[in-house]
Design a protein. Structure first.
Ligand code: HEC
Ligand code: HEC
Ligand code: HEC
Ligand code: HEC
Ligand code: HEC
Ligand code: HEC
Length: 447
């Protein structure tokens, strides 16, 4: 018995080696097939090393600049950016190290110009964020620098221990993590899926290799003459499947796993109900916002006439199209569809894209007229869309996040004067946001 154990040692080592080789091969292949992850991890890392020099300039901001940056950030950037987490745009922590000020300033002033210039980093991040265009800001260089100072101060505040060394030394790792975290939830989910597939493949390869090795070892042993009775018994032992079936533990385990899978699937299903971010149906007429609102700069309210006045933004009737198309492009087959609709006295069957469930109350005029929010903040770069898609998730969390972060526009409205005074007395450091005014109370949005 002892001698057998000793002599099987080399086989065991061989088995171990083989399975590691198989493991290595499998993971090498799968990493190769996911270039998005590895490439993105490396590119920003390379630039991270060059940035700290510029960062020093940005971080020397004094308290006044940081305070100014705070206000500017909340007023202009907070709808889409947070310091530590991905909102609509990337988390801005570490931006001063990632990018020099000479890049950040033109980017904030006009990001699409930087993208159009072919700047490698800009193009990459633009694509990474599903080509969502960041709006242009008419801010001065000093104002943008103060925003960066504020971001730098914020990130240091929250991670006082060795935040710096981590970011410089781990530049590449941080950037890699960024790439993973940067995608939307869908991106993250895809990444997890990929990881699961890799794991399953590796496990299958391992099991198959082990079975093959066990069989080889058995064959080798069978050929030997010096085995005693017990060894032979051990060698020819068969696995008894019925025992497995009878085992309470195994049965319990199988039942548990089944229940978990069912639970997971149903939770996923429930969560997905009503979530249709990115929904982009084909419309009955190839109407392009890019052409009308973009190139020809027709005001949104020319067609969506009620958007500043009432709860709903209306979809224009065919008559509004005719204001122009009785003269313009009258021969186009797409325009003929408008004529046909009018002749038949039937409305054009536009497919509705945005649709909140009935239980929620949303009012356009409250946001566009009173709140002064741009259409693009919620609907994205409509003026660049040939076919409209749903840009924002339209979930309750999305509404509430914005209400928490957006300062209420109270200037020149005497109604708010006392409220703001009271608020500032109690917690002056926090701005008077929509939620300070009760904008996160259930009854504001639910009937
Ligand atoms: C309407 C949403 C939106 C607003 C508002 C916005 N951004 Fe952005 N920002 C984005 C998106 C999306 C990206 C990713 C790049 C892209 O898709 O163009 C981005 C990218 C950036 C980047 C590059 C980040 C990185 O990790 O390299 C910086 C810097 C930036 N924004 C700064 C600002 C500042 C400063 C403000 C406020 C003055 C601001 N942004 C306001 C959406 C926005
Ligand atoms: C010339 C008329 C016209 C102009 C100008 C126009 N739109 Fe539209 N819009 C339409 C029509 C027609 C539809 C329905 C077809 C479609 O979805 O493309 C529509 C659909 C939409 C939708 C989707 C509605 C839904 O079904 O949920 C949004 C959002 C929107 N427009 C926003 C805007 C914004 C923002 C602007 C200004 C930047 C604008 N529109 C300018 C005619 C116009
Ligand atoms: C304020 C004027 C104006 C209004 C209102 C308007 N359009 Fe247009 N539309 C234009 C112009 C300008 C063009 C570009 C013509 C060209 O390329 O020569 C155009 C082009 C088009 C085209 C492309 C035609 C082709 O074959 O190239 C379609 C389709 C279209 N419009 C549909 C609509 C619909 C549907 C509406 C109503 C919801 C509408 N338009 C309202 C001005 C208008
Ligand atoms: C604060 C976010 C927000 C802003 C700002 C905003 N919208 Fe909307 N929009 C929504 C939501 C949410 C819906 C879905 C409403 C629903 O289903 O009841 C919507 C729906 C629409 C629709 C479909 C018709 C309707 O009323 O349901 C159009 C068209 C539209 N918006 C146009 C615009 C235009 C044009 C502007 C700018 C003048 C604008 N929106 C500004 C959030 C916004
Ligand atoms: C981009 C930011 C933003 C988003 C997204 C947003 N809101 Fe608002 N909302 C505001 C602002 C700003 C005001 C305050 C307007 C004012 O009264 O000056 C407001 C006010 C309101 C009010 C009135 C609150 C009050 O105290 O009277 C309601 C109700 C409301 N929003 C509902 C919604 C719903 C529902 C959604 C999501 C479908 C939503 N909002 C998404 C910015 C936003
Ligand atoms: C700023 C607006 C807003 C406020 C405040 C708000 N909700 Fe909602 N709520 C929504 C919107 C929009 C939806 C629909 C979004 C969706 O279908 O994902 C929703 C959906 C829901 C749903 C349906 C479940 C679901 O996910 O579809 C429940 C339940 C709910 N809200 C409860 C509450 C309660 C309780 C509060 C107070 C603590 C509250 N809401 C405050 C906007 C709001």
């Amino acid at each position: 018995m002892n001698s057998i154990r000793l002599r099987t040692l080399p086989h065991f080592l061989l088995a171990l080696f083989l399975s590691f080789a198989a493991f290595g091969e499998a993971s090498a292949q799968t990493v190769g097939s996911a270039p998005a992850v590895s490439k993105e991890g490396v590119v920003p890392g390379a630039t991270a090393a060059a940035a700290p020099a510029a960062a020093a300039g940005a971080t020397t901001g004094d308290a006044a600049a940081i305070a100014a940056g705070d206000a500017l950030f909340k007023g202009n950037c907070a709808q889409c950016h947070a310091v530590k987490e991905v909102v609509v745009g990337p988390a801005l922590a570490g931006i001063a190290k990632r990018r020099p000020m000479s890049w950040i300033i033109p980017w904030v002033k006009n990001s699409s110009k930087v993208v159009a210039s072919g700047d490698e980093y800009a193009v990459k991040i633009f694509n990474q964020y599903q080509k969502q265009q960041m709006p242009s800001f008419q801010l001065s260089d000093a104002e943008i620098t103060s925003i960066v100072s504020y971001i730098t101060a914020e990130e240091e505040k929250a991670s006082p221990v060795g935040g710096d060394t981590k970011q410089v030394a781990g530049g590449e790792a941080a950037a890699g993590g960024d790439a993973a975290a940067a995608g939307t939830e869908a991106g993250a989910a895809k990444y997890v899926d990929l990881l699961l597939i890799i794991l399953v493949v590796v496990l299958i390869v391992l099991v198959v290799t082990l079975v093959i090795i066990a069989n080889i070892m058995k064959d080798v042993l069978r050929g030997r003459k010096d085995l005693d009775g017990r060894d032979v018994e051990l060698l020819e032992q068969r696995f008894d499947w019925t025992q497995l079936y009878k085992s309470k533990l195994i049965r319990g385990l199988a039942l548990g796993i089944f229940a978990l899978v069912v639970l997971y699937e149903s939770v996923q299903g429930v969560m997905a109900i009503g979530l249709s971010q990115g929904y982009q149906p084909t419309q009955p007429i190839a109407f392009s916002h890019k052409l009308h609102a973009g190139e020809h700069q027709i005001n949104c309210a020319y067609c969506h006439t009620s958007v500043y006045k009432s709860k709903s933004a209306n979809i224009p009737s065919a008559n509004i199209c005719m204001n122009c198309h009785s003269q313009i492009k009258t021969e186009s087959p797409e325009i003929k569809k408008i004529y046909r609709a009018i002749q038949k006295n039937q409305p054009i069957q536009w497919v509705r894209i945005h649709n909140l469930p009935d239980l929620a109350y949303f009012n356009h005029s409250q946001h566009t007229q009173v709140g002064g929010i741009e259409c693009q903040t919620c609907h994205g770069p409509i003026q660049n869309m040939d076919v409209v898609y749903q840009y924002s998730p339209l979930t309750m969390g999305w509404c509430i996040n914005c209400h928490r972060e957006t300062p209420l526009n109270t200037k020149g409205n005497a109604y708010y004067d006392n409220l703001v005074k009271l608020h500032d007395k109690e917690n002056g450091a926090v701005p008077f946001t929509v939620s300070s005014n009760g904008g996160t109370e259930c009854s504001k949005c639910h009937y």
